[in-house]
Design a protein. Structure first.
Length: 130
């Protein structure tokens, strides 16, 4: 084996050991960052978004702010208008009636799933007893 080949195989070994040693550390660091980000979001960002009228409202305000700072050329104005339309249509608020209907629909679906699970359970019990 030449010295270059020995260095290459030794380097590969060192890399493999380093990966194995650092993988748990990296996983722990990522888990910590995700937990901290979630806490930060829930404690600081989310309440401010809710006070401002929700994500859609904040997005529209940001688009308006960008539009004021950019030159008023036809193409820029047109593109911003398209983006604002998409944000506006995607962020429409449900009425209380629609929200209640959705909630009722979800409850109905939950009830049906529960009934199906119970039916499957009874079928399994009957099959075991026979």
């Amino acid at each position: 084996m030449s010295p270059e080949q020995q260095k290459g195989s030794a380097g590969g070994f060192v890399q493999a050991i380093a990966k194995r040693a650092l993988a748990p550390l990296l996983a722990t660091a990522v888990a910590f960052l995700v937990r901290k980000f979630t806490e930060l979001w829930q404690e600081q960002v989310q309440p401010k978004l809710e006070e401002s009228g929700g994500v859609g409202s904040v997005a529209r305000e940001a688009i308006d702010s960008v539009g004021e700072k950019l030159p008023s050329t036809g193409q820029v104005t047109e593109k911003l208008g398209q983006v604002k339309d998409k944000v506006g249509s995607g962020a429409s608020q449900q009425s209380e009636t629609e929200a209640a209907e959705d909630s009722d629909d979800r409850e109905e679906e939950r009830r049906k799933r529960k009934e199906r699970r119970a039916q499957r359970q009874r079928s399994l019990e009957r099959a075991r007893s026979s």
